[in-house]
Design a protein around this ligand. Structure first.
Ligand code: SF4
Length: 302
């Protein structure tokens, strides 16, 4: 073990801390994490750990969600300024305008959003449970925010409800991946299955052999008899799959466009410094916490 990893291990014990990392983090961060997962797994597991300190290797909305769920723990972000482009595509005012326009609709808010946006929503969802969440609602219409691509995917599965979207809401990393990129990759690897995250555009989703969240994509590739895959989501997932399944082949359809620089902002040095200085604490105001927690807890109760 190198010096920086030893230092992190020592500080973790001293602080009674655990390190959580999203699948989009650099592989070296995933490798030192105690818990690696997608948004839903990280939200659930942060709640259940008995550590005093959570070092959250992800973007700011993830740290906020952990702080909302675990008010008795200190949540530290090694890169507190690393935000999510998708979360920033919508404001609470935008949501209120949509609610005024469609007053009988339920507001379903993807977890990739700020606490302020969650606070004006009815229920949260993740990419792994979005269809289940929407099916659970009694309302006949849904305002699905912020991701119009995930919303369109859910709408294709839940055809008995009316959907309304925010026109600018999407993840630019997933949205920019084009059908042409995927076609070019498939031409090079004709036997590979195409696995797609629902944050991708409808034209890319149409080409998929399987559509699912990052965890579902990983599980699918483990169970599939196929030996090669084109992975249409952030490349951290592809790197993790290649590490977990060295006997299978994984291809990134577009290296330039599947790289989230916010998710790649954290280094081992930053994790060590966060633990050493107990810096980057996420503080959520109590009124905001009360309002933003309700839609998350409603989702977790499902
Ligand atoms: S990959 Fe997209 S949704 Fe995920 S953190 Fe980056 S900008 Fe946000």
């Amino acid at each position: 073990m190198n010096l920086i990893k030893e230092k992190i291990e020592k500080l973790k014990k001293e602080r009674n801390a655990v390190i959580l990392a999203h699948y989009y983090e650099p592989l070296e961060i995933q490798q030192i994490a105690d818990i690696v997962g997608d948004s839903l797994e990280l939200a659930r597991k942060s709640k259940n750990t008995d550590a005093d300190v959570l070092v959250f290797c992800g973007v700011s909305f993830m740290g906020e969600s952990a702080a909302l769920l675990c008010p008795d723990k200190k949540v530290l972000l090694p890169a507190p300024n690393a935000g999510c482009y998708m979360a920033d595509t919508i404001t609470p005012d935008d949501v209120i305008k949509l609610k005024n326009k469609h007053p009988d609709s339920a507001v379903v808010c993807y977890i990739n959003s700020t606490a302020a946006t969650k606070a004006v929503s009815d229920i949260c969802c993740t990419s792994s449970n979005a269809v289940k969440v929407v099916r659970s609602l009694k309302e006949d219409s849904v305002i699905f925010i912020p991701d119009k691509n995930l919303g369109a995917y859910v709408a294709s599965k839940v055809t008995d409800k009316q959907f309304y979207f925010h026109p600018n809401g999407c993840c630019p990393i997933h949205d920019k991946l084009s059908a042409k990129d995927v076609e070019a990759c498939k031409a090079l690897h004709p036997d590979a299955e195409i696995l797609v995250h629902p944050e991708c555009s409808a034209e890319v989703c149409k080409m998929a052999d399987f559509i699912g969240s990052t965890s579902q994509i990983i599980d699918y590739s483990k169970d599939s008899a196929c030996g090669e895959f084109i992975i249409c989501t952030e490349q951290g997932v592809t790197e993790r799959m290649a590490m977990l399944m060295p006997e299978k082949k994984f291809y990134i359809p577009s290296e330039k466009q599947l790289f989230c620089d916010s998710m790649k902002a954290i280094t081992l040095k930053m994790v060590a410094s966060t633990l050493e200085n107990m810096s980057g604490e996420v503080i959520v105001d109590s009124a905001l916490r009360e309002a933003a927690l309700k839609p998350i807890e409603r989702m977790l109760a499902l």
